[in-house]
Write a protein that binds this ligand. Sequence first.
Ligand SMILES: [Zn+2]
Ligand SMILES: [Zn+2]
Ligand SMILES: [Zn+2]
Ligand SMILES: [Zn+2]
Length: 192
Amino acid sequence: MPYCPHCHVEYQSGASECIDCLIPLVAGTPQFCPNCKEFVQENDTFCDNCGVILPREEESDSPECENHPDADAIGGCVICGKPVCEGCSTRHNGRIFCENDDHLNMHQGFVVAYTTSTDYEAEMIKANLEGAGINAVIFNQHDHVYFLNMGVLAHVNVMVPRSQMEEARDVITALLNEEGLEEEAEGGEADT
Ligand SMILES: [Zn+2]
Ligand SMILES: [Zn+2]
Ligand SMILES: [Zn+2]
Ligand SMILES: [Zn+2]
């Protein structure tokens, strides 16, 4: 059934536009995290919002802790995406963080301004944000062994201080309109 990529409401087949958001529907079934009930992308390994491992349709190896290859990961850090086991993880407000305390602190002060699957696009966005005086930071799941080995979809998140989010959104929107980046990201292959 087609669904709206913005509000995630499902429509009867044949419908082409969300009546609330007035944007084109996308094919498939919206997926929600069993833990926090937030919308998640199909084929994601971890929930972007809370970090738990998402159930997958096909059988696939479950991720291991990046620090302990013998231990199964219980989820991925919501900041850097690193797969961590129970002992290596910290939970805060129902979210999973890795052992790096900076990431827990960052969660309070930083927000995701843009998500892509290509390093190139993330670097480009970061450069433009910095040009506008915004302190942008990149977190790349490609840095983690699990994502490299499995060849699964990895995210590159560009994060900015919460206080600069509005500004950042304007910069990114202007950039996307200018360069038609969105289409390029669809067809582009992730850098290896
Ligand atoms: Zn909608
Ligand atoms: Zn979740
Ligand atoms: Zn982390
Ligand atoms: Zn561990």
